[in-house]
Design a protein around this ligand. Structure first.
Ligand code: XMP
Length: 515
């Protein structure tokens, strides 16, 4: 049996939280997948999940065209937990009344547990929950019983009297519901009977066996970028097939300070892989010479990257497979899954990806994992924290942080300033709390004074953000002392910089990168 055979399905009704629900279930060590909301009861029977969670969603159950589920799913005998919109659907399907609340309820609410049952066992009698809804269940059919209430919501949690169908008007998956994990844990274990099989050490073991079976004695190529995803893929393959793995690192000269060296040390020193480093700095710099348009920079870099990669791959004899670090969110959002939700519109700037016609069979061992699971797996495989917790870095690298023309001198300026910024953020123990921190070199010069002389030099902007999903982000409220220290050090230590500014824009309307 595979550890993913015991699973919970989340039916996605368009909630911004569908992926979060799935992550929270997996934190309970139960495998969880997201499927489209109108998946048929027949298909669910085939997939044989241990439980179903109906997500929230932006619609009202009474709206024309509101997404509905197959009503037969409530008669499969499989436990169901409806959250918010999902609760209203479940209750409506089973005879309850739903009404628009007189006002939208949004935010923290005080919840009283009146009859915990299996779902709310272990939850405090008085607990805080996070509400976000317009409609609510106003009268439950005789078949339901209330489990909890708030001042404005008499049915904050309900249970069907004879079927294993539950509803929560609040969101147990968000951190603003502090006892939400207990509730989800109760649902997946006590109600659904899952035995917590989803453990990353078992995932590693199982995936390694599967890779060995599939690859046999053939050769696999893996591109390394320095980021966590490709490093974890390479580490997994190194464990699985040892010297049948060849890695390619295209050093385009647009990496951060010491990054290429760190990857080389890790993958030749520690993992002892056959690592091919393509020294592409000159080639990329000449392709980028004079280019100031951000999308053109991306296009040129993407194009040159593929050429470098393909040239190097062609030198590796007998390679039949290409390993890639595709993650579960990429797979869901691309809409390519048989039972998964439709594609979501996402700004796709990843031109650093490889084309499909490279004539390799793909190995994507992280396809089922969320980012936090990839990090945990990296640690499990023995990768150092420095790689596992590295902030994301765009494929086109520092070129899109070098506003205006990309030259070696300007890149070196960013590299030096960036290294100081990261060093200070780490020293302040804020690296993990922040999601991305970096330096941008502006295409203007500013007046300053050093000693007795007037200077006219570069300006750098510091960008540091916090985010869950990189779709929205807030600028980090870094302590003034830390900002002061970074600024002083950068101006003193990085030649040619006489001014440092801090970016206080959130996304939206700004983006995380400047280009
Ligand atoms: P934005 O700037 O769109 O960034 O708010 C969101 C996330 O995507 C990263 N990013 C990129 N990643 N190629 C990539 O692989 C790119 O061209 C690119 N542009 C932005 C950005 O660093 C952030 O994590």
């Amino acid at each position: 049996m595979r550890i993913s055979d015991e699973r919970i399905l989340v039916l996605d009704f368009g909630s911004q939280y569908a992926q979060l629900i799935a992550r929270r279930v997996r934190e309970q060590q139960v495998y969880c997948e997201i499927v489209r909301h109108n998946i048929s009861a027949e298909r669910i029977r085939e997939l044989a999940p241990k439980g179903l969670i109906l997500s929230g969603g932006p619609a009202s159950v009474y709206e024309q065209g509101a997404p509905k589920c197959d009503p037969d799913i409530f008669r499969l005998g499989i436990p169901v937990l409806g959250i918010c919109y999902g609760m209203q659907l479940a209750c409506q399907a089973m005879g309850a009344q739903i009404e628009s609340a007189t006002r939208r309820e949004y935010g923290r609410a005080h919840c009283r547990v009146t009859s915990p049952g299996q779902l709310l066992a272990g939850v405090s009698n008085e607990t805080q929950v996070w509400m976000s809804h317009g409609d609510q269940v106003t009268a439950i059919a005789e078949d339901f019983e209330p489990l909890a209430e708030t001042d404005t919501c008499p049915f904050a949690a309900v249970k069907h009297k004879s079927e294993p169908v539950y509803g929560l008007q609040f969101h147990p998956e968000v951190t603003h519901t502090p006892e939400g994990a207990t509730i989800l844990g109760n649902f997946v274990t006590t109600v659904c009977g899952c035995s917590r099989l989803w453990k990353l050490e078992d995932f590693a073991r199982q995936t390694i066996e599967e890779i060995r079976d599939r690859v046999g004695d053939r050769r696999v190529i893996c591109g390394l970028s320095g980021g966590v995803d490709s490093s974890v893929v390479a580490a997994l393959l190194a464990r699985a097939i040892g010297d049948q793995l060849s890695c390619i690192l295209v050093d385009h000269g647009l990496l951060r300070k010491g990054e290429a060296e760190a990857v080389i040390t890790e993958f030749t020193g520690h993992f002892k892989t056959d690592l091919h480093v393509v020294q592409g700095e000159d080639r990329f710099l000449s392709v980028l010479a004079g280019e100031t348009n951000p999308q053109e920079k991306r296009r040129k870099i993407g194009h040159t990257f593929i050429e470098c990669f393909a040239d190097e791959a062609a030198k590796i004899e007998g390679a039949e497979f290409l390993a890639q670090g595709t993650l579960y969110p990429d797979v869901i959002e691309s809409g390519g899954l048989e039972d998964g939700p439709a594609a979501t519109i996402k700004l796709h700037h990843n031109v650093g990806g490889l084309p499909e016609d490279l004539d390799f069979q793909l190995i994507e061992p992280l396809r089922d994992l969320f980012k936090d699971e990839v990090r945990a797996l990296g640690t499990e495989l023995g990768l150092p924290d420095d790689i596992v917790w590295r902030h994301p870095f765009p494929g086109p690298g520092l070129a899109v942080r070098c506003l205006g023309e990309v030259t070696k001198r300007r890149l070196d300026t960013i590299r030096e300033a960036d290294a100081i910024m990261i060093e200070e953020i780490k020293a302040a123990d804020l690296y993990r709390k922040t999601s991305q921190a970096f330096v941008v070199l502006l295409p203007v010069q500013s007046v300053g004074v050093m000693g007795d002389a007037r200077t006219y030099e570069d300006v750098v902007a510091l960008r540091c953000i916090e985010t869950e999903d990189f779709m929205t982000a807030d600028w980090s409220h870094l302590p003034y002392e830390l900002l002061a220290k970074m600024s002083t050090r950068i101006i003193n230590e990085v030649q040619g910089v006489n001014r440092v500014v801090y970016d206080v824009s959130s996304k939206p309307p700004a983006t995380i990168e400047w280009e």
